[in-house]
Design a protein around this ligand. Structure first.
Ligand code: ADP
Ligand code: ADP
Length: 211
């Protein structure tokens, strides 16, 4: 299955993508994770992306689109994939359609995770990530064994001012994607409020992958 996840920052895309991709047996491709790995590795791509990410703005399309096209050309993505965090504007969605078409493939579905601003702010503010494993926790909703562990960090863009800008960028640039996929008859929408397992069940039902 070829699937993209759409939803505001903090809606739980990364959390669900991990579980759903494993269930579907397809690679999870998260543009945010790829950018962050490049930033911490100090690569040229990371250097280009960092200032945008720190401000909570989108990295320019030409950088992002090439990076995703390269990743989709890898063997493990040929039979299907779950994209988390891409596309993030209508132009990226059109490029994705063209990249797939050139490879003789099409996108199956876009899954939208719906959550209110209040809820995503709560989720982003409490998000903590393990340096050693990359696992994502929440101080309240999925607490790590030791919340004071040196191994945990808070993403630099999960600060109140940056969160505010990311929500604005989502509303202005990313939300229109929903209409784009609706127009293609590919949109499925689920409520992202509730326990992680409940949301997963809704997602699997919505994409027709429930057991
Ligand atoms: P979130 O958890 O808010 O959904 P991500 O980890 O997906 O965040 O993205 C973090 C940052 O990486 C974004 O704010 C943006 O700067 C950059 N980024 C990720 N994906 C894209 C994309 N498809 N286009 C442009 N920038 C992106
Ligand atoms: P996104 O990739 O959309 O930015 P994440 O998957 O990183 O979102 O989730 C954001 C934060 O919310 C994380 O701290 C995560 O542990 C937490 N979270 C994810 N799903 C839920 C849920 N269903 N209920 C409560 N907290 C959640």
């Amino acid at each position: 299955m070829r699937l993209v996840l759409v939803g505001p920052p903090g809606a739980g895309k990364g959390t669900q993508a991990e579980i759903i991709a494993e269930r579907l047996g397809v690679p999870k491709i998260s543009t945010g994770d790829i950018f962050r790995a490049n930033v911490s590795g100090g690569t040229p791509l990371g250097l280009k992306a960092k200032e945008y990410m720190d401000a909570g703005n989108l990295v320019p399309d030409e950088v992002t689109n090439d990076m995703v096209a390269d990743r989709l050309a890898e063997d493990d993505a040929k039979g299907g994939f779950l994209l988390d965090g891409y596309p993030r504007n209508t132009e990226q969605a059109k490029v994705l359609d063209r990249v797939l078409e050139a490879a003789g493939a099409t996108l199956d579905l876009a899954l939208e995770l719906v959550a209110s601003d209040d809820e995503v702010v709560r989720r982003l503010s409490g998000r903590r990530v393990s340096k050693s494993t990359g696992k994502v926790y929440h101080l309240e909703f999925d607490p790590p064994a030791d919340p004071d562990s040196e191994d945990l960090y808070q993403r630099s863009d999960d600060q109140p001012e940056t969160i505010k800008n990311r929500l604005k960028v989502y509303a202005e640039q990313t939300a229109p994607l929903v209409g784009y996929y609706e127009g293609q008859g590919k949109l499925v929408r689920i409520d992202a409020i509730g326990e992680v397992a409940e949301v997963t069940e809704r997602a699997l039902n919505a994409i027709g992958a429930a057991e």
